[in-house]
Write a new protein. Structure first.
Lengths: 752, 93
């Protein structure tokens, strides 16, 4: 199906609403029958249904309607909240999501799943009909408000002797041939319409009006002996209408719901309820009092017509109006907040950032040219432009930054589902959800994170009885945390499970032929085996993980984002997986150096200091792979050697030291590890637009990409974390081989 | 003051043209008088359209006067309890 822009917006907003719904469902499970949370879930479903109606997606309307009915009954305390019900609602949410996703492919959903869900939802709906049974499934998680309301049944009901009907007609009402006048006639047949107040808030002015669409709604007081069902039936075949029928002597809670759920943003429903006689002023006061309990004390609202009217008429006390208006203020604040956001196609942002990148390159070029022309005015203008360009770059890159919390929150659901599936008790703790990261990185990190978390849940966390036996709390904990660190963001997945057994891993590695019989591996290398292709230690393959496919992909995905992944583990205590990712992929502040007349760029965030070596240090550097810097040993790398892979003999090095070349050192730091890199010249700061290296250089490690300098020359951007890893790895290897040699020589001595 | 005379049936089948007629002729910044004496059949879409004019007039601090409403129109407005919404419909006075 051809998807037009409006449908795209419907799909993307629908997905957002479904995400809200999922979050709220999880919240509901944790907080029991929270009215506000239930309201949020209901509104999400309701909005999706309403929007689907605009496009005539009948299959979505139909299914969502069933879900909405169950949610409505939950709100009205007719169905108790239970873990089973939440599971069914979660599945329904997923199914709705699949319906949205299917729109682009004309796929109307998996009918067998739909039928099963319908059956389950209907079973819940018909299972409980007596409001008196509205108690949460587990007695220890009782909902205080609902129980209070039941206990105070004498004071909880209103004295209203008529039905109160709150009706908002659907947009297609007229087109379906329905005449609202006939609706009033039918109501009159059942009793007496005491009052009907038009709700004109949705009605647009004539220029914006679609005259065939219906925007009308009423609050109606009907005196009737008819059953509630008979009244509801009048509206039964009306599609897209919002209807609440409150029976005579309805509970306050139901009026409270009505006021809270009022679809019109600033409508004085309380006043209308008075006008229709549905509530007496005392009753309204009680309703508002109840609402007051639920509204946290906020700042005092500004004057409001409705409030003034109520106070002037001495209907309610001023402070009660103030509290009741808090909701309206919240709505208005939300509206204002919504107005300050603009949705932009991410492709446009990419184009903007590419253009800023081009500007940065050309700016650097101009800067260089202006340096060559001794013209004060030109230099001044150039300086101004450079500053503005820096700001522009910051802002442009900031546009793409999104908090990682959105990705993290998805895992609440994953943990809930998997712990149920595995019969394990697991809780998720999240820290640093506000940490911002480039949108592209966030999008690509979701899947690797999912895989790592599933692994932690499946292989890491033990069964509850096993945990108790080990003296651990029965409930396992998985912690997700994010934080910034020198131009990188660090994401950690920490579990308090059984940890990795290095011996088992090594054994498995040897069995699989990944590790050679006599190969010496550091502890870190052994842990890293789990990232090797085809490596899985799980004896049983489960749905969740254990297929041995994926961990290698996880590492590849992370590395393709210029990131790194490390594992630390303690047997019996738990495992920590650390992912380090660059904050942004596009433009960085760099530090330019030259080696053999070639330029190289270090990410400035990682440059700890730059030094010119003293003659004694030059000598030390010539003899060893370290220097002593302020009484500390600093490993050093001769970058010229490193890149050319052409060891210089001592004589040559000596000669070069004398010619005072290569006596500059850049100390870089990452993850508490420092190394010194010996370079020829320090050329200073530059803004570098990182461009990816082509396929030809795919296997090349140590480089993050390349950039074009102001001079038009190409400079390679160094990948400091991988350089440090390499150097530290080399050290380990050398240490291991030395240890081996020393053991061998000891052994040889013993033999002789 | 803009005076617009509407004629004939004003139901969902004609309502778009009626809206067009009002939009085309309502001079900006003037009060509006809708002469509906020649209107024959109506349904609620017409009542809604009148309400929408009322809303526009209110927002622009202008007046809307509906003159010569037929019994059919008045009955329809009353049938949907919308008589209180109109500030100035001659027959309600």
């Amino acid at each position: 199906m051809e998807i037009d822009e409006n449908i795209q917006i419907f799909i993307s907003e629908g997905e957002e609403l479904l995400q809200d719904m999922e979050d709220a469902l999880l919240e509901l499970e944790a907080s029991d029958n929270d009215d506000e949370v239930l309201g949020k879930i209901f509104r999400a479903a309701h909005t999706i249904k309403g929007s689907a109606g605009l496009f005539g997606f009948d299959h979505i309307i139909h299914f969502t309607h069933i879900v909405e009915n169950v949610l409505d009954d939950m709100r009205n305390c007719l169905i108790p909240t239970s873990s089973e019900l939440i599971t069914v609602l979660m599945r329904s949410r997923d199914y709705m999501s699949s319906l949205l996703a299917g729109l682009s492919e004309d796929f109307e959903g998996d009918k067998s799943e739909e039928a099963e869900l319908k059956q389950l939802l209907t079973a819940f709906k018909t299972g409980v009909t007596d409001p008196a049974t509205c108690a949460p499934a587990q007695p220890d998680t009782a909902k205080p408000l609902a129980q209070d309301q039941l206990q105070q049944s004498d004071t909880d009901s209103t004295e209203t002797e008529h039905y109160h009907i709150s009706l908002r007609l659907g947009a297609d009402t007229f087109r379906q041939g329905f005449d609202p006048a006939s609706m009033f006639r039918q109501l009159a047949d059942l009793g007496e319409v005491k009052e009907a107040v038009l709700i004109p808030q949705r009605l647009p002015v004539i220029d914006d009006l679609d005259p065939e669409s219906c925007y009308l709604g009423w609050e109606i007081a009907l005196k009737s002996d008819a059953k509630k069902e008979a009244i509801s039936e009048i509206f039964g075949f009306l599609e897209g209408c919002e209807l609440t029928v409150l029976a005579p002597q309805s509970q306050f809670a139901e009026y409270k719901h009505l006021i809270e759920q009022l679809p019109e943003e600033e409508m004085a429903l309380g006043q209308i309820l008075l006008q229709t006689g549905s509530l007496t002023s005392d009753e309204l006061q009680m309703v508002l009092n109840q609402q007051k309990e639920n509204i946290e004390a906020g700042e005092l609202p500004s004057k409001n017509l409705t409030g003034d009217l109520l106070v002037e008429n001495k209907v309610v006390q001023e402070e009660i109006v103030v509290e009741a208006l808090n909701k309206q203020i919240k709505v208005r604040e939300q509206k204002q907040k919504a107005l300050t956001f603009v949705k932009v196609d991410s492709e446009k942002l990419d184009k903007l950032i590419n253009l800023v990148g081009e500007l940065v390159i050309n700016g650097a070029k101009l800067d260089q040219i202006s340096d060559g022309i001794a013209n004060e005015e030109l230099n001044e203008a150039m300086e101004g432009m450079t500053l503005a360009l820096e700001d522009l770059r910051e802002i442009a890159l900031g546009l793409r930054m999104v908090p990682i919390g959105i990705t993290f929150n998805r895992f609440h659901r994953v943990i809930r589902d998997i712990s149920q599936e595995l019969d394990k008790k697991i809780k998720l703790e999240i820290y640093g959800a506000d940490t911002e990261l480039d949108k592209t990185v966030i999008e690509k990190i979701g899947d690797p994170l999912m895989h790592l978390i599933r692994n932690s849940l499946d292989h890491g966390i033990e069964m509850p009885d096993e945990r108790i036996r080990l003296g651990k709390p029965a409930e396992g904990t998985v912690t997700l945390q994010a934080q910034h660190e020198a131009g990188y963001i660090t994401i950690q997945i920490i579990d308090d499970g059984k940890g990795l057994d290095a011996d088992v891993l090594l054994q498995k590695g040897k069995e699989k032929g990944i590790v050679k019989e006599n190969q010496e591996l550091s502890r870190q290398d052994i842990y890293n085996l789990i990232f090797a292709a085809g490596f899985s230690t799980a004896t049983e393959v489960s749905n969740i993980s254990g297929r041995g496919v994926g961990m290698d992909v996880v590492r590849r995905n992370i590395e393709s984002l210029r990131g790194n992944v490390f594992i630390d583990s303690e047997l019996g205590i738990g495992t920590t997986i650390t992912i380090q990712l660059p904050l942004t992929l596009a433009i960085i502040d760099g530090f330019n150096v030259s080696i053999d007349a070639e330029s190289y760029i270090f990410p400035l965030d990682m440059v700890h200091e730059c030094l010119t070596l003293t003659p004694s240090q030059v000598e030390e550097a010539g003899q060893h792979d370290y220097i002593t810097l302020r009484n500390e040993v600093l490993p050093i790398v001769h970058l010229q050697e490193y890149f050319n892979n052409d060891p210089i003999d001592d004589a040559q090095r000596q000669q070069e030291s004398e010619s005072k070349r290569r006596n500059n050192i850049v100390v870089v730091q990452f993850s508490n590890k420092k190394i010194g890199l010996i370079v020829d010249e320090l050329l200073g700061e530059v803004q570098a637009v990182i461009k990816p290296l082509g396929q030809v250089f795919k296997g090349l490690s140590g480089f993050a990409g390349f950039t074009i300098l102001g001079s038009g020359l190409v400079a390679l951007v160094l990948d400091v974390p991988s350089l440090i890893k390499r150097v530290v790895g080399d050290e380990h290897q050398r240490f291991d081989s030395l240890k081996k040699k020393s053991i061998q020589s000891k052994g040889n001595r013993n033999i002789h | 003051m803009t005076v617009i005379s509407l004629q004939g049936d004003c139901t969902i089948y004609e309502i778009a043209q009626v809206q067009q007629q009002i939009e085309d002729n309502w001079k900006q910044g003037t009060d509006l008088e809708l002469d509906v004496s020649a209107v024959l059949e109506v349904d609620v879409t017409f009542v809604q359209l009148l309400a929408s004019c009322e809303k526009a007039a209110e927002e622009n601090e202008q007046a809307l006067k509906v003159t010569g409403p037929t019994k059919v129109l008045i009955d329809k407005i009353k049938a949907v309890f919308m008589q209180d919404y109109f500030v100035d419909v001659t027959a309600f006075e």
